[in-house]
Design a protein around this ligand. Structure first.
Ligand code: FAD
Length: 419
C-alpha cells in the first residue's frame, strides 16, 4: 500500500474502512497503535502506522448545510471536490481551495493545506468545530469558541496525532463566481519590485517558475466576480502577457487538465483549484516540498532560491509562490504570520532531491521558513521546534490526550518529543 506519489510504503498491521462511527470507536479503543488515512496525498510518512490504519472514507457521507449559522457539517473522509459541488448547488461556498480538489477534508485540515490569497488563510481556518474519536474510543467535540476553544486551536491542525476526526463543521458563505486569467513571462525584476501589488492583484494569485536559465514567472490570477467587474483583465500585467492558449503550470503538459482560463466566469470550485477533479492533478510522477516564510521576508526568500537556481532546477518540475494569511492554529505554518509559500514540485528522484533540500533549508533558515507538514523536508527536529511558539503546548496536549502514544508513528516520534 502506497501514498499517491508512490514514494511512501505504508506498513500497517491491518487496514480498515469502518462503515459507522461506532465501528471506528471500537477499532480505536481496541488498537495499540492506530492512525487515520485520508486520500494519501502526503509526500512523507505522516499518515503511516505499524498498527491499524483507518480510512474514514467509508463513514456515511454527510453534507448538511445550516444556512442560519453559515456552516456546513461534513464527514471527514469526503473530498473537497465532492463537497464543493454540493455546496455550490445549495448556494454556498468555502473561502478557498487548494490546487487540487482530490484531497479529503480531514486530511487537508490536519496538515494545514492552503491555497493562495493575501486575505485567504489556510483551509483549516474554515473549521468552526470538529468531532474526533480519542485514544480511549470516546467521541469529543471541540469548538472554536467556548470552553474547548484553546484545545480547538491546538487540535485543528492536529497532524493526525490527537485522534481520528469523524465530522467537521466548516464556515460557508454565499456562493460566488471567479474568473481565471493566466499570464506568461513575468520578469524577475518586476516580481521583486512589485511583489505585493502582484499578489494583491487578484483574490488568489499563483506564480510558477523553473528559475533557470533565468527566473521568469507564469502568473495565475483568480479574481472574484463583483457587480462592478466588467470582466476585462489587463492584456499586460506588470509586463507579463495574457496567455492565448490554455496553460498548465508544468512545462509541456496540456492545459486541458486544468480549470478554465481566459476569464470565463465559473463557480468558485471550478476556478480556485488549478486542476480538475476528473484528471490526475499536477504531473503524477513527482515529489513535493514547501516552505512558508513571513511575508515581509518574501523577497529575500525568493532571491535566496534564485541564487541556487542552478542546484534547484535540474531536479525540479516547477516552483509555485503563493500568499497565505495568518491564523491562530498552533501547528499551522502560517501561525500568526502572513506568509509566502515557496512550493517545489520535484522530479520523482528522492536521492537527487535530498541534497538540494538540505541546501534549500540552509538558505531559507535565516527567514525562519516553516516546512509544509505533508511534504518532504529534512530539517532537524530541534530546528523545527524553534520555529513554532506553541510547539510545547501541542506536545502537552498530545501527552494529555494520547498518554499511551496510540496515534504516534515514525513521523510523530521524530518531530514531537512528548509522543
Ligand atoms: C498533486 C498534489 C497537489 C497538492 N496541492 C496542495 C496545495 O495546493 N496546497 C497545500 O497546502 N497542499 C497541497 N498538497 C498536499 C496535500 O494537501 C496534503 O498532503 C493533504 O494532507 C492531503 O490530504 P489527504 O486526505 O490526502 O491526507 P493524507 O495524506 O491521507 O493524511 C495526511 C495527515 O492527515 C491525517 N488524517 C487524515 N484523515 C484524518 C482524520 N479523519 N482524522 C485525523 N487525521 C487525519 C493523517 O493521519 C495524516 O497525518 C498537494 C498534494 C498533491 C499530491
Amino acid at each position: 500500500m502506497r501514498n499517491w506519489a508512490g514514494n511512501v510504503s505504508f506498513a500497517p498491521a491491518r487496514y480498515c474502512r469502518p462503515g459507522t462511527v461506532d465501528e471506528l470507536r471500537e477499532l480505536v479503543a481496541g488498537s495499540e497503535r492506530v492512525r487515520a488515512l485520508g486520500t494519501g496525498h502526503s509526500f512523507n510518512p505522516i499518515a503511516d502506522t505499524t498498527g491499524t490504519l483507518i480510512s474514514t472514507a467509508g463513514l456515511p457521507a454527510v453534507i448538511e448545510v445550516d444556512s442560519a449559522a453559515s456552516v456546513v457539517e461534513v464527514s471527514a473522509g469526503l473530498r473537497y471536490g465532492e463537497l464543493a459541488g454540493q455546496l455550490h448547488r445549495q448556494g454556498f461556498a468555502l473561502h478557498n481551495l487548494a490546487s487540487l480538489p482530490h484531497i479529503s477534508v480531514a486530511g487537508a485540515c490536519a496538515t494545514a493545506t492552503h491555497g493562495s490569497g493575501d486575505h485567504n488563510a489556510n483551509l483549516a481556518t474554515a473549521v468552526a468545530a470538529l468531532e474526533l474519536v480519542t485514544a480511549d474510543g470516546e467521541l469529543r467535540v471541540l469548538e472554536r469558541t467556548g470552553d474547548t476553544a484553546a484545545e480547538f486551536s491546538g487540535s485543528v491542525v492536529g497532524l493526525g496525532a490527537l485522534g481520528i476526526v469523524t465530522r467537521l463543521w466548516l464556515d460557508i458563505e454565499p456562493t460566488y463566481s471567479v474568473r481565471q486569467h493566466v499570464y506568461n513571462d513575468l520578469s524577475h525584476a518586476q516580481l521583486i519590485e512589485h511583489l505585493d501589488q502582484i499578489l494583491a492583484g487578484a483574490y488568489s494569485t499563483s506564480l510558477f517558475t523553473r528559475w533557470q536559465p533565468e527566473p521568469v514567472y507564469q502568473m495565475w490570477r483568480k479574481r472574484r466576480v463583483t457587480a462592478s467587474d466588467d470582466g476585462d483583465a489587463e492584456p499586460v500585467f506588470f509586463g507579463a502577457t495574457a496567455a492565448a492558449v490554455a496553460q498548465h503550470p508544468l512545462p509541456g503538459m496540456t492545459g486541458d487538465n486544468c480549470t478554465e482560463q481566459f476569464g470565463r466566469i465559473g463557480p468558485w470550485h471550478e476556478r480556485l483549484p488549478h486542476f480538475r477533479l476528473e484528471f490526475i492533478p499536477s504531473r503524477g510522477e513527482e515529489l513535493q516540498s514547501e516552505y512558508l516564510v513571513p511575508r515581509q521576508l518574501a523577497r529575500q526568500a525568493v532571491e535566496a532560491v534564485a541564487q541556487i537556481g542552478d542546484r534547484v532546477s535540474p531536479v525540479l518540475h516547477v516552483c509555485e509562490l503563493r500568499s497565505i494569511a495568518a491564523d491562530e492554529l498552533w501547528m499551522s505554518p502560517s501561525y500568526q504570520r502572513d506568509s509566502l509559500g515557496l512550493h517545489f514540485t520535484w522530479l520523482p528522484d528522492a536521492a537527487a532531491v535530498a541534497p538540494v533540500l538540505v541546501e534549500l533549508e540552509r538558505r531559507l533558515a535565516p527567514m525562519a521558513a516553516r516546512p509544509h507538514w505533508a511534504k518532504l523536508f529534512c530539517m532537524d527536529p530541534a530546528q523545527l521546534r524553534g520555529l513554532y511558539d506553541r510547539y510545547a503546548d501541542f506536545e502537552q496536549l498530545l501527552a494529555l490526550r494520547d498518554p499511551d502514544r496510540k496515534f504516534a508513528n515514525r513521523f510523530v516520534e521524530r518531530y514531537l518529543s512528548a509522543a
